[in-house]
Design a protein around this ligand. Structure first.
Ligand SMILES: Cc1ncc(COP(=O)(O)O)c(C=O)c1O
Length: 364
């Protein structure tokens, strides 16, 4: 089926959207992922028709057959990006083309049809435009969740012939509830996130389903997040449950685990690599073992570590806990390089700093 590069979106505005007073109350302390906007975008795919029936409509439940393939074999992918309110009342997105491309790569890995980039971008723009009043002021943002799932009514194990692409949006504040200056991570002894040849580089729901037991273990041990080791040797740091990781050393250099199929190629990770190199910082994409992490934290060679991602932005890691005990990084709080990079990234994202790489996409 030839790919349609753009689609006509039918616009069906909500007949009874949330009132301004109700919305103001919801936006006062939205947390993360619980406050949703009035609308959603839906686009259907059928192998005989390609992409069709694009709509922006009131957000609501979606009827599904209990034999829909996704409910049985988890053929599902998603993305996550944020819209920011600008000082002049406009709205911007940060590198949404990268999300569109990663969505295509995830689709290929999950044997799903590839959504044309212009359709992805238009769907996101339309939702942000119609639900513009839901973008919080201050440090908040509108978290946008595009996703696609197998919708064929069929129990055979094969790629579905039908899919539904949906975009919803959620007004959000900070991802971590903690007031602590840095988060703590638990090194999972038993569970790995992704093996070579698996789906680690794809943003598919199954990866997250498999990570939940490890995240629950982290919580049980008093940690905010789980950090996964590689599946083969069980010694190389890969990433957190929903974030990439960076290390900062006493000589001013930095490192982050290399992409290689088992790690999600984070857009924040790629952006920080660029920003650090712009500042003349030497950054290596190289493997780093848990033993080395512990030794370097003890010797002082390692000064800072931080997690990064769309949801968490840049979050310092202060404590690492494992079955063998725990160690602290630096003073257990944030570090100068972490704060400098965070400020550089957030400044661009929020339109408060120049955008030398053309990363900002203006919605309106
Ligand atoms: C497993 C995982 N790693 C890394 C990231 C960071 O990716 P990005 O910076 O594109 O949000 C995410 C979040 O999307 C994630 O879920």
């Amino acid at each position: 089926m030839a790919q349609t590069q753009s689609l006509q979106f039918a616009e069906l505005p909500h007949p009874a959207p949330v009132t301004a007073e109700q919305r103001a109350a919801l936006l006062r302390n939205p947390g993360f992922g619980r406050v949703f906007t009035d609308h959603m975008v839906t686009v259907r795919y059928h192998e005989s028709q390609g992409w069709h029936d694009a709509k922006i409509e009131p957000r609501g439940p979606i009827p599904m057959d209990p034999a829909a393939a996704v409910l049985h074999y988890a053929q599902e992918i998603f993305e996550g990006l944020k819209a920011y309110r600008t000082a002049n009342g406009g709205a911007t997105l940060f590198r949404p083309e990268e999300n569109a491309r990663r969505f295509q790569q995830s689709a290929e890995r999950l044997a799903m049809p590839v959504l044309p980039e212009p359709v992805f971008l238009e769907a996101v723009d339309k939702l942000v435009s119609i639900d513009r009043d839901w973008i919080p002021d201050g440090d908040g943002s509108l978290y946008i969740r595009p996703f696609m799932f197998a919708n064929e009514t069929f129990l055979g194990v094969k790629p579905s012939s039908e899919y539904l692409f949906i975009v919803i949006a959620s007004s959000v504040g900070a991802y971590f509830k903690t007031d602590a200056p840095a988060v703590s991570v638990w090194v999972s002894p038993d569970y790995t996130r992704a093996a070579p040849g698996g789906t680690g580089a794809a943003k598919c729901g199954g990866n997250y389903a498999a990570s939940l037991v490890a995240q629950a273990e982290a919580t049980k041990h008093g940690c905010d997040q789980v950090v996964f080791l590689d599946a083969v040797e069980r010694r190389w740091i890969e990433e957190l449950g929903g974030m990439n990781i960076f290390f900062v050393f006493d000589d001013g250099s930095m490192s982050t685990p290399p992409l290689g199929g088992t790690i999600l190629p984070g857009i924040t990770r790629a952006s920080l690599l660029t920003l650090a190199r712009d500042k003349g910082v030497s950054v290596r994409e190289e493997r780093y073992s848990i033993q080395q992490w512990k030794a370097d934290a003890a010797s002082g060679r390692l000064r800072e570590a931080f997690a990064c991602g769309t949801a968490a932005v840049v979050t310092p890691i202060g404590t690492v806990r494992s079955q063998d005990g725990e160690f602290r990084i630096g003073n257990g709080g944030s570090g100068a390089k972490t704060e400098e990079l965070k400020a550089a990234l957030v400044g661009i994202q929020r339109g408060q700093a120049a955008d030398p790489h053309g990363w900002i996409h203006k919605v309106f």
